[in-house]
Design a protein around this ligand. Sequence first.
Ligand SMILES: C[S@@+](CC[C@H](N)C(=O)[O-])C[C@H]1O[C@@H](n2cnc3c(N)ncnc32)[C@H](O)[C@@H]1O
Length: 266
Amino acid sequence: MADDAGGYADYTFVAEFYDDTPPYAARKDIDFHVEAARESGGPVLEIGCGTGRVLIPTAAAGVEITGLDLSDHMLAICRKRLEQETADVRDRVTLVKGDMRRFDLGREFALVTTPFRPFQHLETVDDQMSCLQTIRRHLKPGGRLILDLFNPSLKFLTDDGASNESGDEPEFTLPDGRRIVRKQRVAKRNYFTQVQECELIYYVTHPDGRKERLVHAFPMRYLFRFEAEHLLERCGFEVESLYANYDKAAFGSKDPGELVFLARKV
Ligand SMILES: C[S@@+](CC[C@H](N)C(=O)[O-])C[C@H]1O[C@@H](n2cnc3c(N)ncnc32)[C@H](O)[C@@H]1O
């Protein structure tokens, strides 16, 4: 099983940059997930909880939440962030190292969430089904899943220029003074497996002027709307809603928008 040594969850050096990276820090999905968690009454299971970007606000809103992630580095940052929280918030959180494709927590949840697309790290239908079936086993009768995906834009998928480094994200500074500018590119595309080899390239300038180029390379599999719908139904879910963004705009009202499913265990 791949973990921080490479593969699916190779967030090794990214973990310490993650919370300061502008598009992650500004991502507008937290209220959506916190509201869903509150409405469910809990407990909630977050798949691929990372540094706790969504998990900590959920616990702070009074909901019991378990976070599962394969990356020791991401979980370590999450634990460090939790140390700054009150004992009440900390008591509502359980963190588990595990693989979303197969885990057994020995309990059921009212809601399972997958904020910011961890499911798209899975490259095969077997892995996707194994993950969804495992999630289903962890849901109470009638419990819900939020499957958070991006909606693939045909324009982007066929853009030859995507293999060049690009991006206009602002520079950001880490607490230790390192300055970072991030670029991105798609190194390889496979239209048959729907897997893109993505690269996020971090140009780091250290306080002493030394420069470094660090590459976070990972596969992402895109899913189309009806494919995801069929997959969910095959794995024992009924799709209740499909949103194009975290304000719950209807799918199709934004181009390309997101692909956010609310599905119920049947
Ligand atoms: C883009 S981050 C999202 C983190 C967090 N949910 C958020 O919204 O900020 C994806 C997370 O999925 C985790 N991940 C990737 N593959 C995984 C797997 N097979 N099992 C569990 N977690 C995995 C990574 O370690 C990473 O923390």
